[in-house]
Design a protein around this ligand. Structure first.
Ligand code: AVJ
Length: 323
C-alpha cells in the first residue's frame, strides 16, 4: 500500500509566520489573531465536533450537495487528478473519488495540508478503501503547495477548495488566491469551490453560537494553543466567546472579549500586551457569499464559470469553473 502513498515536505514558512503574525495582530487596534492558530490537535477535534452540531449546517449541506452532484461533476470534467487544499475529514473527497471511479480506471489524489500527520492518517484510510487510488500529498501551506504542483498525473486537474474555508479570507486575500490558483493550473483544468451563502441571521447566528458551547470552546482554544506554542499566560476562561453577523461586510465575526483588564505575556516571542476590560480580540471572519458577486470575482481572476450546484434551500454552493 505504501507504494501508493507519496508525501513531499515543502520548504516551510514557519520561521516567517511563527509568531510575527500574532504580534502584529495583538499590536493592532482592534486586536486580532490569525484564524490559522485555531487548528492545533485539540482545535481540529473541536472543529470536527462543530461539524456534527445540529446548528452547524454547512458541513452536512455541502455533503448533501456532493451526494447529488458528484457524478455530474465527474461526467462534466472527465478524468482528473483531484487536488485538495486542506484535508480534514475525508467524507467529501470520498464522494468525489467514488464518482471519478466511474470515468477513469486509476484515481489520483493530491492533498495539500500543513499537517503531515493528518494527511497520512486520512491517506491510509482512503488507500484501504480505493485499491485503484494513489495519493501524492504535499505538506505545506496552500500558497507554497500551489507553487510546487508537479505535472498532473491525469489529463486534467480538479482543484477542490471545500468547506467554505475561503470565507476566512478578506476579499483582497480571496482575489489573490483565485489569481494564484488560475496561474498554477493549466488550460482546461477545473476549480471546485465550496462557499457558504448569505442567509437569514436566524440560521447564521446559531451556527456560530451553539447551545452546547462547542464553538465557544473552539474559539477559546486559540488561546490555549498560543500559550503552549509561545509560552503564553492567556487565561482562556477570562475571555468570553461572541459571534455576530456584520451585514455590511457580509460576514460572521468571532471575538474573544476580555472580561477584565489583564496583561498577557508570550515569553517565547518576548511580547507583552494589555487587554482592557471588555476589549475584543477578533479571531475569525467567516464570509457569506452571493453567487452573482462570486461569479464576477472568479471571472475577474480569469476563470470560465460552468455551474453552481446548490441545496434546495440555497444555503451552500459548490461552484465549478474552468481555466
Ligand atoms: C472552517 C472556516 C469554514 O467559518 O464556518 C466554524 C470555521 N468557525 N465555527 C466556518 C468555524 C466557527 C469554519 N470554516
Amino acid at each position: 500500500m505504501s507504494d501508493r502513498l507519496h508525501l513531499t515536505h515543502l520548504p516551510s514558512l514557519t520561521t516567517e509566520r511563527d509568531g510575527q503574525d500574532v504580534i502584529r495582530g495583538l499590536t493592532q487596534q482592534p486586536k486580532s489573531l490569525p484564524s490559522y492558530y485555531f487548528y492545533d490537535a485539540a482545535g481540529s477535534r473541536l472543529f470536527e465536533q462543530i461539524c456534527e452540531l445540529p446548528e452547524y449546517y454547512p458541513t452536512r449541506t455541502e455533503l448533501g450537495i456532493l451526494e447529488t452532484a458528484a457524478e455530474a461533476i465527474a461526467q462534466l470534467t472527465g478524468a482528473c487528478e483531484l487536488v485538495e487544499l486542506g484535508s480534514g475529514s475525508d467524507r467529501k473527497i470520498r464522494l468525489l473519488l467514488s464518482a471519478y471511479a466511474h470515468v477513469q480506471p486509476r484515481l489520483y489524489y493530491r492533498p495539500i495540508d500543513v499537517s503531515g500527520s493528518i494527511l497520512k492518517t486520512s491517506a491510509m484510510a482512503l488507500l484501504a478503501d480505493y485499491p485503484q487510488l494513489s495519493i501524492h500529498g504535499l505538506v505545506g501551506t496552500y500558497q507554497v503547495g500551489l507553487e510546487h504542483l508537479p505535472p498532473p498525473l491525469a489529463p486534467r486537474r480538479l482543484l477542490c477548495f471545500l468547506g467554505s474555508t475561503i470565507g476566512n479570507l478578506s476579499p483582497r486575500e480571496c482575489q489573490t488566491l483565485f489569481q494564484q490558483i488560475h496561474r498554477v493550473l493549466r488550460d482546461g483544468d477545473y476549480f471546485l469551490l465550496g462557499v457558504d451563502l448569505i442567509k437569514d441571521t436566524s440560521i447564521l447566528l446559531p451556527a456560530y453560537n451553539d447551545a452546547q458551547g462547542v464553538t465557544a470552546a473552539f474559539n477559546r482554544n486559540i488561546l490555549h494553543h498560543l500559550n503552549w506554542r509561545f509560552q503564553g499566560n492567556f487565561q482562556p476562561t477570562a475571555f468570553s466567546h461572541r459571534a455576530i453577523y456584520n451585514p455590511i461586510a457580509q460576514q460572521i465575526e468571532m471575538y474573544l472579549d476580555s472580561q477584565q483588564k489583564q496583561t498577557v505575556t508570550l515569553a517565547a516571542l518576548d511580547f507583552q500586551c494589555t487587554c482592557a476590560a471588555a476589549e475584543p480580540i477578533l479571531t475569525e471572519i467567516s464570509r457569506k457569499f452571493d453567487l452573482v458577486a462570486l461569479k464576477a470575482a472568479l471571472t475577474a481572476a480569469g476563470f470560465r464559470w460552468i455551474n453552481a450546484f446548490t441545496d434546495p434551500q440555497q444555503w451552500f454552493a459548490l461552484c465549478l469553473c474552468q481555466v
